[in-house]
Design a binder for this molecule. Structure first.
Ligand SMILES: CC(C)(COP(=O)(O)OP(=O)(O)OC[C@H]1O[C@@H](n2cnc3c(N)ncnc32)[C@H](O)[C@@H]1OP(=O)(O)O)[C@@H](O)C(=O)NCCC(=O)NCCS
Length: 184
């Protein structure tokens, strides 16, 4: 499994030992409300299940999630999930103390580069809930465009379905940040 170096961060495979840190970062209603699979409140057991699922998916090869580290401390998470033979979807969240500093933009760009460069993605998609314009800005900034389509996705954090904008990226047009290095 590769590691990814961006201008400021190291994105490395998630390990079992990361569960306690994820338990702290994910126990955050903002993350729970704006993602699909994170309940609230979020327990240590939830984090252990989450980490185990991601490790299993990595071995299977249909999802690659990375711990985003600054000075060895995990501050965020980013991943890409296979949705079709050559199609991958990206996702991310940033710890509450680290938002508003371009972290999501930097790691979303790295995920796209990983999906195209390592997973040979011909199609890269993403989505965000209609009440999360910040994430919409992150995605359009790095080159995604709104398809105009919305779908209902259940958010465990809200315990109800939420309307989500669908976006896609023109892979042929994409040129990511030059600082990103993927080490296999
Ligand atoms: C959404 C989230 C990932 C953003 O992370 P971040 O590191 O703060 O984002 P960035 O700093 O890279 O970029 C935020 C952008 O949104 C812009 N923004 C801020 N508030 C905004 C608003 N109300 N409407 C539109 N854009 C907004 C910022 O100005 C910035 O754009 P700019 O660089 O052009 O100025 C973070 O808030 C988070 O983890 N939220 C909870 C989980 C989540 O929403 N995950 C994404 C699921 S799709």
């Amino acid at each position: 499994m590769p590691v990814i170096r961006t201008k400021r961060f190291l994105l490395r495979p998630i390990e079992k030992a990361d569960a306690p840190r994820f338990a702290v970062l994910c126990n955050d209603l903002e993350i729970a409300r704006h993602t699909a699979r994170i309940p609230h409140p979020y327990t240590h057991e939830d984090a252990e299940i989450f980490v185990d699922q991601l490790i299993t998916a990595r071995i299977k090869g249909d999802e690659h999630a990375f711990a985003v580290c600054r000075d060895r401390e995990i501050i965020a998470c980013a991943g890409t999930l296979q949705t079709g033979e050559h199609s991958w979807e990206i996702g991310y969240w940033v710890g509450a103390d680290y938002r508003g500093d371009g972290v999501a933009s930097e790691i979303a760009d790295a995920m796209v580069q990983f999906a195209i460069g390592e997973m040979s993605a011909a199609s890269v998609t993403a989505g965000y809930f209609i009440d999360n314009p910040v994430s919409g800005r992150v995605l359009t900034k790095i080159g995604f465009r709104d398809t105009g389509e919305t779908v209902m996705i259940t958010s465990l954090g809200r315990a109800q379905p939420v309307s989500s904008h669908r976006l896609e990226l023109d892979v042929a047009e994409f040129s990511g940040a030059r600082e990103v290095v993927i080490e296999t």
